[in-house]
Write a protein that binds this ligand. Structure first.
Ligand code: 2AM
Length: 219
């Protein structure tokens, strides 16, 4: 056999620089704080079940932070996941490995399970987005390539980060069906929409640009 066998990471993705992590965390926290104090939000505390006490719910405590902020492209589980080896061999993956990218955050969202930042990928960045990622998550839907792209900001207790992308696709599906949300409100940071079942999406007026490096994560 070859002396140089491929080494597969746990996952591939764009990793935010230290400074961009702080910046994103700040914006995310501001969103959670503003949302938590809104009367419109208070009307729907019930969506969060037992976590909502009589005085409300502290969203910043509700969502637990998970390691370094990043936008996963391909979960590979050290090469065990279907398509992981093909992904490693993609021209774009080889070409852009260790390259710097600016990602654009177009919104923030929460559900009773996860808190995340929605990422809008450019055409060049989409070259690194694995085919079938959306289909795999939602087999019955035809959702746009790259629409699952996100940065997990936090997860409720006992919820795995993988859930954030699935939650985002739930929003994407509703938007595709033409739903404008059950309630809409302009707040400082952008346009906030409530889609029911604890699903809140903020579309930012001013997109947040973050610096990242593309690569693999090998813990
Ligand atoms: P995330 O991208 O939503 O944050 C390590 O577990 C990383 O890989 C996490 O960032 C996680 O979610 C992502 N991840 C875990 N399992 C996954 C899966 N089956 N599909 C896609 N991403 C996954």
């Amino acid at each position: 056999g070859s002396l140089e066998e491929a080494v597969y990471p746990l996952f591939y993705g764009w990793f935010l620089t230290h400074k961009s992590q702080s910046h994103t965390n700040e914006k995310g926290k501001k969103f959670l704080k503003t949302l938590g104090e809104l009367d419109e939000f208070k009307e729907h505390w019930d969506d969060f079940g037992e976590a909502a006490s009589e005085t409300g719910i502290n969203l910043e405590e509700y969502f637990e932070r998970k390691g370094i902020l990043h936008c996963t492209t391909k979960y590979s589980d050290y090469g065990k996941v279907k398509g992981a080896q093909e992904y490693t061999e993609l021209e774009a993956v080889k070409k852009f490995y260790s390259s710097a990218f600016c990602l654009q955050i177009s919104g923030f969202f929460i559900t009773p399970r996860t808190a995340g930042a929605r990422v809008r990928l450019t055409d060049k960045q989409l070259e690194l987005w694995p085919a079938g990622s959306e289909k795999e998550a939602m087999p019955s839907e035809e959702l746009p390539h790259g629409s699952r792209a996100h940065i997990t900001l936090g997860c409720a207790k006992d919820v795995e980060p993988k859930q954030t992308g699935l939650d985002l696709l739930e929003f994407v599906k509703l938007e595709k069906e033409g739903q404008q949300g059950l309630a809409e409100k302009d707040i400082d940071q952008g346009k906030l929409r409530y889609f029911g079942k604890g699903m809140w999406m903020l579309e930012l007026y001013e997109k947040v640009t973050v610096k990242t490096v593309f690569g693999g994560f090998y813990p």
